[in-house]
Write a protein that binds this ligand. Sequence first.
Ligand SMILES: NC(=O)C1=CN([C@@H]2O[C@H](COP(=O)(O)OP(=O)(O)OC[C@H]3O[C@@H](n4cnc5c(N)ncnc54)[C@H](OP(=O)(O)O)[C@@H]3O)[C@@H](O)[C@H]2O)C=CC1
Ligand SMILES: CC(=O)C(=O)O
Ligand SMILES: [Mg+2]
Length: 598
Amino acid sequence: MTFTKLRPLPRLASQLRAIGRSFLQVHNDARSHIVRPDWHNVTDGKLNKGLSFTIEERQRLGVHGLWPCSYRDLEEQLNAVWVNFQARKGNISKFTYINSLSHRHQRLYYRFLRDYTEIVMPIIYTPTMGEIVASFGLHFKYPDGLYITIFDRGHIRNVLENWKEKHVRALCVTDGGRVLGLGDMGANGMGISIGKISLYTALAGVAPQQLLPVCLDVGTDNEELLADPLYVGARINRVRGDEYEDFMQEFMEATVECFGGDTFIHHEDFATPNAIKFLEKYQYSHCCFNDDVQGTGATGLAGMLNVERLTKRKLQDMIFLFVGAGSAALGIANMLLTALQGRGLSLDEAASKIYLFDQNGLVTCGSEKIEEQAKTFAKPMDPIKDLVAAVEQLKPAILLGATGIGGLFTEEVLRSLAKHQERPAVFALSNPTNKTECTAEQAYTFTEGRVLYCSGSPFPPVVFNGKRFTPAQANNCLVFPGIALGAICARARFLPEDLYAEVAATLAKSTSEERLAAGSLYPAIREAHSLALDVGVAVANYLFENGLSNIYPVPKDVCEFIQKTQYRLEYQSALPPTWPYPDFPACRGKDCKAKNIL
Ligand SMILES: NC(=O)C1=CN([C@@H]2O[C@H](COP(=O)(O)OP(=O)(O)OC[C@H]3O[C@@H](n4cnc5c(N)ncnc54)[C@H](OP(=O)(O)O)[C@@H]3O)[C@@H](O)[C@H]2O)C=CC1
Ligand SMILES: CC(=O)C(=O)O
Ligand SMILES: [Mg+2]
């Protein structure tokens, strides 16, 4: 066989090569050098700029003619998205529209999320994400995350290597064991991993290519799903015991092998016993975070610190009644316990202030089945089975619900609460909206407008007796994007428990006096971007100060250091900085002279 000696490339082509093949496809053919259309720029949502490709870019990239001749800058495109979004009737339809935008035009999608956060959050997150999860088989369209099934045991690393991005810095992983308040959703749980991950970018500016949503499909015990022809997961009952735990162990090890030991691993919506077991097992050996326990813990404590700011009544003088004793309630109860101890109370004194109430009633020393984590809070007293009776007897200052049971805080419960407190606080944390323990309207109405109310899913303002109340959203989305940002930027080794007290303090402080005066215990969702940066800086500072970062030397300005890593929501030029052709007029968007030629 003979090899034809390659002709040396003419100067132009070699220049182009030096600039980088990603910009242009240059084909050295026998007769001429042809610049072929680079469809990649159009079909790859990461690169696509739609009508924001300048005329120069369209011509240089060989995609001229693939768009109508108009040019739209980012603001104009954003407006078109907004008009389109509003025109969609119903939340699912809005979700479908912006989900498709995320694939064809990533930067515009995230810019839309940033600029319209308060409006879009209920679509890409709770409550609409609950509906998407419930009917995931209808909505699955793109490989937006990795499904790792129990049948992949022994090969998990290979599956992780199939992911399109190689520089993953954070994963959000669920096994769908308890998704929002919907119960066991099996592989449909992927929806929640995707939703949470999209907030990393939308709120905290973590670059999307650094992120990976994962669903561990170990089956489901949800009979409805198993019988549903549209179900996309493994049709087996949930695998438990050693097989399940070995599978999890392999996943954690494979993640470290594949992406590095300082990869942030966010556990989401595992059923409570697994959530707690894995947190205890991996918290200090991996850069691992459980959102439902720790994220919710920090969020809940922050709200309580703000009840204190608002009512001028010390936390140590309050009684807390937590309805629900799962990962969310226990996460908050434990953080509160530590905070109270920090104020000089002994463990017993602190625990004596916090009551748990589960399906069987008040958790007492005589309760039949008490989870290990709940034992600290069990009280030496007679059982109380009825919630109204518990409220009547305990007279809590703060009533918190994390049960997944919609309407549990009835009129009677709320009236009883308000009877004993001038400004009672109600945290109705369950998601999505139809699982909320009570609505904002019920809370304000049945407490004659005296309640400090917040909820896991958003509620619109309520007018009661001519006064307008703006309920705050108490959701771990106020903290997890910032925690991830700080941990990723500082390349955290692991995330100790004390760090979450810093997060809670940062969130509480970020609530303005104006919002507090209006009875809102948290910042508004539209402030979530600056909040995420504040939390990110607090987390990174904590990690640097405690020798838990893999970054050395410590950056002088941590905030600037973090900001430099953030995803840019402006378009970059699709052309190399210096272009070798002299013959095209410079064309820069709106002011482009060349556009008038068309
Ligand atoms: N706003 C936020 O940021 C967050 C909200 N959540 C929400 O919190 C809810 C619970 O999550 P999680 O803790 O993980 O779930 P779990 O299922 O682990 O816990 C639910 C708890 O509620 C108790 N419960 C159920 N029914 C009743 C009832 N009728 N009366 C009193 N208690 C009852 C259960 O008691 P028993 O054990 O006896 O069955 C259990 O202790 C979900 O809806 C979730 O969406 C979760 C995380 C964050
Ligand atoms: C918000 C959240 O994490 C949950 O409802 O599970
Ligand atoms: Mg959750």
